[in-house]
Design a protein. Structure first.
Length: 427
């Protein structure tokens, strides 16, 4: 597969011809929301095996082969040209696909309200073939050690049908907000903790959960060691059942990082205790803050670089958003940006006839527009380029894989590129 960025005046017909594919295949693969009104800067994933490269000034088979991990002899043989033949600028060369490595993938799915929306369940069915884990969010711990269950609906059946490990996500949330006092009780009251663990085991057996995942956030700093002790106790209990144990971690860049989100999360201890961690490397740009990339690659890299000093890469699942935000400008504290899918972002750019820009530092697409009421907006979202940058980081640092927050907003290019880059492990 190959990523193509739309240039001015390009059409799907011309792009299809250039890559020896069809317009229908391009539309189907990318679920293109604007086939007759392409936007400059919009990305397409070209659904071909391998990729094409057009020779530029100064290129040689040696330099091209080094760029794509192919020998000059292979390139010459595949393209049926003499290995020593000078290359003509503009010549199209076929580049064979690279070998893929194994990786694990997870996706959270968060039902809201009294029923599971059919579209959310459909999103889980669509993503499940590409997942190692499916994670309904969340079982909320109660102060007496019991559990408030989420709407599970058909999610366990979807996981079974797609050989997904069903992940039991447990949070210290009350009224959908993380609560430090609740965490304190669960981590320090041994009688309640025992009841809590017993209830987890009973529930996990009933539904078929095979990974128990603790997402305890905004804990008191003084409960850091209590959390570590609890995880060791939980690990020993769950290993008797043959289950995995995992945790969600705030995106830290040092062991001494201050702040209520960070201090109780001990990277080194979690790396020693649990089977793997999900690091929440997203929400730099968030709904209640000023406009910026949701998961800028430079910030993500800083977190991963620190994490690798505390635990092996094969224990790290890098967090990734499947959405972007549309902010109304100027940003005013207390206002909330609207979440948008990559497909919706493209539709906005097409509707208001604005080009999509790409920030090379953040490795993220963005654009500005003026709405029908004359209000200014700034949109940051994900596209094939930004997600490929994350996949490259996973491969470069030999991480375990990637974890998505969250299903429900369409991003078909992501799943195309998962298949292109990785052999998804099924447990």
């Amino acid at each position: 597969m190959q990523i193509h960025v739309i240039q001015p005046n390009q059409t799907l017909f011309g792009i299809a011809q250039a890559y020896s594919t069809t317009v229908d295949d391009l539309i189907e693969a990318n679920d293109i929301p604007n086939p007759n009104d392409l936007v400059q800067g919009q990305t397409l994933v070209i659904p071909i095996v391998g990729r094409f490269y057009w020779v530029q000034s100064g290129d040689s088979l040696w330099s091209i082969g080094r760029k794509f991990g192919v020998t000059p002899q292979q390139l010459a043989a595949i393209n049926r040209i003499p290995v020593n033949q000078p290359l003509t600028i503009g010549l199209r060369l076929y580049i064979p696909p690279r070998p893929k490595r194994n990786a694990e993938t997870n996706a959270y799915v968060e039902p809201r309200g009294q029923t599971v929306a059919p579209a959310l369940e459909a999103s889980a069915r669509e993503a499940a073939p590409y997942l190692t884990y499916l994670a309904p969010f969340s079982f909320q711990a109660l102060r007496d050690g019991s559990l408030k269950e989420p709407l599970l609906n058909n999610f366990p059946a979807i996981a079974r049908a797609n050989n997904n490990t069903l992940m039991m996500v447990i949070t210290n949330q009350e009224n959908d907000q993380f609560n430090a006092e609740l965490g304190q009780i669960l981590l320090n009251n041994m009688e309640i903790q025992t009841r809590f663990l017993n209830n987890i085991v009973t529930t996990a057996r009933r539904y078929g959960f095979r990974d128990i995942h603790f997402d305890f956030e905004f804990l008191r700093p003084e409960d850091r060691e209590a959390y570590n002790r609890f995880l060791r106790r939980a690990r020993d209990r769950f290993k008797q059942e043959g289950w995995l144990i995992s945790t969600a971690l705030a995106p830290k860049t040092s062991a001494t990082q201050k702040g209520e989100w960070y201090e109780a999360h001990d990277y080194r201890a979690h790396g020693e205790i649990v089977d793997f961690v999900v690091i929440m490397t997203y929400e730099w740009g968030y709904s209640g803050g000023p406009a910026m990339a949701v998961s800028p690659i430079d910030q993500v890299r800083k977190v991963i670089t620190y994490a690798l000093t505390e635990m092996p890469g094969q224990k790290i699942m890098m967090g990734q958003n499947l959405y972007g935000y549309d902010w109304t400008l100027p940003f005013v504290q207390g206002t909330v940006a609207r979440a948008v899918s990559p497909q919706q972002a493209i539709q906005l750019a097409a509707r208001y006839n604005v080009a999509i820009q790409y920030d090379p530092k953040a490795q993220a697409p963005h654009f500005n527009y003026t709405d029908d009421q004359g209000k200014q907006h700034e949109v940051w979202f994900e596209d094939a380029r930004s997600i490929q940058a994350k996949f490259n980081l996973i491969k470069e640092q030999n991480l375990r894989g990637i974890s998505y927050w969250k299903l429900g907003l369409a991003f078909p290019q992501n799943w195309l590129l998962i298949v292109e880059n990785f052999n998804v492990v099924k447990r």
